[in-house]
Each structure stands twice: as C-alpha cells, then as structure tokens.
Design a protein around this ligand. Structure first.
Ligand SMILES: [Zn+2]
Length: 214
C-alpha cells in the first residue's frame, strides 16, 4: 500500500510512501525522486541565469520527476511581469525535457488558464496546495489541469466542501511544507469522499501513472 505524496519539502524515510521532494537550484542532495524549479518568491535577477542553468542540468536526471514548483504569486514582492517571464521559461523546459509542471499559484488562476490556452503544452500541469473555491477548481479541471490537495483539507471547511464533489481523475495529495503525515491527508480525503482509503490510493496511483508514465 504505497501512498504517493506528489509535493513535499521534507524527505520521507517511510517505505510505504513515495514522495516527490521539492528542490531549489541551491539544493545539494538529489538522491531521491524530486522536482526542481525557480519559485516566484525566490526569483533573484542576480542568480537567475545560474539558477536556470542548474535547473536544466538536473532535469535530465532519472530522479527528476517534474519541473517546479514554479508559478505565479500576486501577493509576493517579486515583479509580476518578471514572474511571468520566468514561469514561461519553465513551461518551455517542462516541454523540452518532457517533465510535468508543478505549479505554485496565488490569485493568478486566470493567468494560468490563459497560458495553458496560449502555449498548449503537451506536459500535464499540476496546481499544488489547491485551496480555492469550486468554481476555480472546476475551471482548472475543465482545462485539464490537475489539482493537488494538502493539509488545507484537514481544517478548511469550504475546501472540504469543494473537494467532496470534484471529479477525481485530476486529483493528487501532498504534504507540502507541513508537518502533517501524508496518511492523514489520505484519511481525510477518504472520509470526505465517503470512499475506502484504498480507493483513493488507487485513484491517485492511476493519475500518477497516467502523467508520469512510470
Ligand atoms: Zn511547496
């Protein structure tokens, strides 16, 4: 019974958990499955070229599963047009290296959908840490964008409500930067869907194999 944690900032030692660890260009240990990207909070014009170079180098690694997290954030200080430019470059990398994209998005969902339409990527896109309302969730799914849910599911009632009625073909679960065990996220997911936990595990696994082809 292996639980997939699609996005985490901590290294799991548990045998029954498969996780994709989030790495930054400054990370040093790439020995486990990981994703790597330039986060909108940490775009620095001084190190940008070097950061992109490191991302590209790591993308050819067998352990690298995805590009990201990268994306758009309306409330961070980084200039929004610079964020857009760096995000687009990472979309292109995701296509070039055939790795799915893990997206950080704060108050910029329409821009994400717009970019999806414009760039028409072949690689799947996953919005991580999704915590917005039904309408946005359905809109993203309609555009074939995957949604990953984390600890918000444990306490955010509006999100629980949203989660309970979404189509599950676009679902992932994650721990992100929280201390929560991924098993608790699967438990609450199963409770909210009134479905056996094994069924949720199977659905996430199917979604995973479908997009990572492994
Ligand atoms: Zn994260």
């Amino acid at each position: 019974m292996q639980l997939i944690d699609i996005h985490t900032h901590t290294s799991s030692t548990q045998k029954d958990v498969f996780s994709i660890e989030n790495k930054y260009p400054s990370s040093t240990n790439f020995s486990k499955p990981f994703s790597i990207g330039i986060h909108p909070w940490y775009i620095s014009e001084n190190s940008l070229q070097n950061d992109l170079k490191i991302v590209k180098e790591q993308l050819s690694s067998q352990n690298c599963y995805a590009v990201g997290e990268c994306g758009l954030d309306r409330i961070t200080e980084t200039d929004f047009s610079l964020q857009l430019e760096i995000f687009k470059q990472q979309i292109q990398l995701s296509e070039k290296y055939s790795k799915p994209l893990i997206i950080h998005c704060v108050k910029a969902f329409q821009e994400i959908i717009q970019l999806k339409k414009e760039m028409n990527p072949k690689q799947p896109w996953i919005i991580h840490g999704f915590n917005r309302k039904d309408q946005i969730a359905l809109d993203l799914i309609r555009h074939q964008i995957f949604l990953s849910f984390g600890e918000g599911l444990l306490k955010n009632e509006r999100l629980q409500e949203t989660f309970s009625k979404l189509p599950l073909g676009f679902l992932f679960l994650e721990t992100d930067a929280s201390e929560e065990h991924i098993e608790n996220i699967y438990n609450i997911a199963s409770e909210l869907r009134k479905t056996e936990k094994q069924e949720i595990i199977n659905i996430v696994k199917q979604n995973f194999s479908r997009i990572f082809k492994r």
